[in-house]
Design a protein around this ligand. Structure first.
Ligand SMILES: [Fe+2]
Ligand SMILES: [Fe+2]
Length: 375
């Protein structure tokens, strides 16, 4: 059980259906969403290149740039339904379990409904990738300003360019290859707003590079593994090569910084990580997709929480397969009395603690160099 001494996400109970529904109905605007950015822009007069790990990553980033308009073949014809159905086998076990439970809102669904669900889920997923990429673009620009280290400012500047390219290619894929966009998921945007609104410079890394990008890397990896659509496959392969560097940037920077923090400060980081994980759990409920399919939000929220969802859905839990080992590598899992370990056990994702972390993974992800070498 979650402690009651401190509220998480401002909720008395993190599993409160009312609280989840309240967050879920927040309007983030039709055209723009202004949110306060906090923190100080730090000028450093120490131009010494004293962080070889970051310097190496920066060199790698400079030679791994690619061009979203010329390195991808946008003339490739795409059948959205076919792409959507490629995701179906992984979700089948969860769907079957969901259909069999008493009172299930999907008990009567046949192949036609599940196909439509997959098409909507693909549109939703790709839309959230797009919005998340914009979050990364803005967060990384913030890191350029707020990090006190020159090597980190250099590296973060390359990530700003990477994220602009990611927004560009996801937007183009949604506009020209799929049939349907979704607005940002409120749980995702609330998390991004929290990250931008936090004045502590390391929290931008923690929220974006470790949590949001850790989840994205796992999700891209899954989609890349199952899809046969050549444009999407190459797009994801290239984006993942960049994302692996981004997560490594977070791990390298925070390992150094967290080694110097005391127990109370580490606890604050653990709590931030836990709240971010809850936001992502709420996000993965995909309320708007269920609504499009005629299942109301309250029904699906109660239903999914009742299933102890992630524990019963290995496909969803696997999205935490990068986050948990990276938290372990940062010392956050076991700091203090192992507080975060207990929380991750509670939400059913601790089994990934020894999965490959992302500290050095980017070395094996150099897609641009591989393709150039292959001509
Ligand atoms: Fe990205
Ligand atoms: Fe990224």
């Amino acid at each position: 059980m979650v402690e009651t001494a401190r509220q998480f996400l401002g909720r008395d109970d993190v599993d409160s259906v009312e609280a989840i529904l309240a967050d879920d109905s927040i309007d983030f605007g039709d055209l723009v969403h202004p949110t306060p950015a906090r923190g100080e822009a730090i000028f450093t007069w120490d131009y010494e290149r004293s962080r070889p790990g970051l310097a190496k990553l920066y060199e790698k980033a400079k030679t791994s740039q690619w061009n979203g308009s010329t390195d991808l073949d946008w003339s490739t014809p795409v059948d959205p339904e076919r792409v959507a159905l490629e995701m179906a086998p992984a979700a089948a076990m969860f769907q079957q379990r969901m259909a069999e439970l008493p009172g299930s809102p999907v008990a009567r669904w046949g192949p036609k409904e599940w196909t439509q669900f997959q098409v909507e889920a693909l549109n939703w997923r790709m839309s959230q990738f797009l919005h998340g990429e914009q979050g990364a673009l803005i967060c990384t620009a913030k890191i350029v300003a707020t990090t006190p280290w020159i090597d980190a400012k250099y590296y973060a500047a390359t990530q700003v360019m990477d994220e602009a390219r990611h927004v560009e290619v996801f937007s183009r894929y949604l506009d020209t290859k799929l049939e349907g966009h979704y607005p940002v998921n409120p749980a995702l945007q609330l998390l991004i707003d929290d990250i931008i609104g936090d004045s502590r410079w390391d929290m931008t890394y923690m929220g974006m590079q470790i949590m949001v990008e850790g989840l994205a890397l796992a999700a891209f990896g899954f989609m890349h593994h199952v899809t046969e659509e050549p444009l999407l496959k190459k797009l994801l392969r290239y984006v993942m090569a960049d994302e692996a560097r981004h997560v490594a940037f977070g791990v390298l920077s925070l390992q150094e910084y967290y080694a110097g923090l005391g127990a109370a400060e580490l606890r604050e980081r653990q709590e931030f990580a836990f709240e971010a994980a809850l936001r992502m759990r709420d996000r993965l409920m995909m309320h708007r997709v269920w609504e499009t399919m005629g299942v109301d939000r309250r029904t699906v929220t109660e239903f999914l929480l009742g299933m102890r969802r992630m524990r019963n859905n290995p496909f969803q839990a696997a999205l935490f397969s990068k986050i948990v080992p990276n938290c372990k590598k940062l010392g956050l899992l076991d700091a203090g009395d192992g507080w975060l370990r207990d929380r991750f056990t509670d939400i059913g994702v601790i089994q990934f603690e020894d999965a490959a972390d992302t500290g050095e993974e980017y070395e094996s992800f150099d897609e641009v160099a591989k393709d150039r070498a292959a001509g």
